[in-house]
Design a protein around this ligand. Structure first.
Ligand code: DOR
Ligand code: ZN
Length: 350
């Protein structure tokens, strides 16, 4: 059967290799949208204050487990927020105990709650060297924050001026370039000789920068790294649907309450946990690559992080009538707008 004529698809249960669950009432309001479909997720540490130590991560993991809907099985894979003062021994202990899956590098000022991030990477070298030695991956938000650099060029400049020198200096360090948004990023990963992989979000496979700016400014399509030109979106789609094991799903689902987005200086973040699998099935079908959805969503990520694939499966079915999602979800923290892919969704998880 050609992939185009498939109307039912069973794949191993997917994982989300980049997720913002937040804390408190927001955490309680959104976690069920992830645990419904995903078995595991790499949990971003950019809380206020950030998750910096193994003790912080232990406490945050407990809050996540307490917020999980009864009966759901979901494993949060914890990360630490890298600072210039991060203690290598604490990182190693967290990794040894099995709690810490990765350490996250936010260049200071790059995005939401990143002001405590890294200004001078030299200062983080002792931790990075230790991570390289013990095989603990570094997840990077790959954008420079230099004011002179145009926001649409920040990823490409980061690769050239930060990532490539770092990988030359520490070739044993395993690096995940998260939420790749450019052809430059895809090409860089493809040209690498190992120890580099990239996660791709659902929304960057669907929108380019026009979604954000044409016909009015649309804050619910604003995220960081910001969506780029169409040529970049096409490169992301080709990579995601290629089956290449270096590319996998990281939704970067990042809920903010509406007033924080619909204002003069709105927050970056798009909420996709609830409809990601529906959107992905649509994209992979469009690319005639439904047979590769499992690699992207369920196989490549675990292989990269050295974890077993999930034994459970989920089944996606194509139905005649469009699947409807709420435009907004209500949480005790406030209302969160759901990602609108701007096309009807016919694939559903049954
Ligand atoms: O759009 C984004 N939102 N990008 C990030 O890097 C952070 C995230 C958030 O925490 O809101
Ligand atoms: Zn993120």
């Amino acid at each position: 059967m050609s992939p185009q004529s498939i109307t039912e698809l069973t794949i191993r249960r997917p994982d989300d290799w980049h997720l913002h669950l937040r804390d408190g009432e927001m955490l309680k309001g959104v976690i069920g949208d992830s645990s419904r479909h995903f078995a595991r997720a790499i949990i971003m540490p950019n809380l206020v204050p950030p998750v910096v130590t193994t003790a912080d991560a232990t406490a945050y993991r407990e809050r996540i487990m307490a917020a999980l809907p009864k009966g759901d099985r979901f494993e949060p894979l914890m990360t630490l927020y890298l600072t210039e003062g991060t203690n290598p021994d604490d990182v190693e202990a967290g990794h040894e105990s099995g709690l810490i899956t990765a350490v996250k590098l936010y260049p200071a000022g790059a995005t939401t709650n990143s002001h405590g991030g890294v200004r001078n990477i030299d200062k983080a070298m002792p931790v990075l060297e230790r991570m390289a030695r013990i095989g603990l991956p570094l997840c990077v938000h790959g954008e420079v924050t230099t004011p002179e650099v145009d926001i649409f060029d920040r990823e490409a400049v980061f690769i050239e001026t930060v990532l490539d020198p770092l990988r030359t200096r520490l070739p044993e360090l395993k690096v995940t370039m998260e939420h790749v948004t450019t052809k430059d990023g895809i090409d860089y990963i493809k040209a690498s000789k190992g120890n580099l992989a990239g996660s791709i979000t659902t929304h960057h496979l669907i929108i380019n920068r026009n979604a954000l700016l044409v016909g009015g400014i649309r804050p619910h399509y604003y995220c960081l790294p910001v969506a780029k030109r169409e040529v970049h979106r096409l490169a992301l789609r080709a990579a995601a649907t290629s089956g290449d094991a270096r590319f996998f799903l990281g939704t970067d689902s990042a809920p903010h309450v509406d007033p924080m987005k619909e204002c003069a200086c709105g927050c970056a973040g798009i909420y996709t946990s609830i409809n990601t699998m529906n959107c992905l099935a649509h994209v992979f079908e469009q690319e005639d690559a439904l047979d590769r959805l499992e690699a992207f969503a369920s196989l490549n990520g675990p292989a990269w992080y050295g974890l077993p694939v999930n034994e459970e499966t989920i089944t996606l079915c194509k139905q005649a009538e469009a699947v409807t999602f709420p435009g907004k979800i209500e949480t005790e923290a406030g209302t969160v707008t759901v990602f609108d892919p701007m096309f009807p969704l016919h694939w559903n998880v049954v």
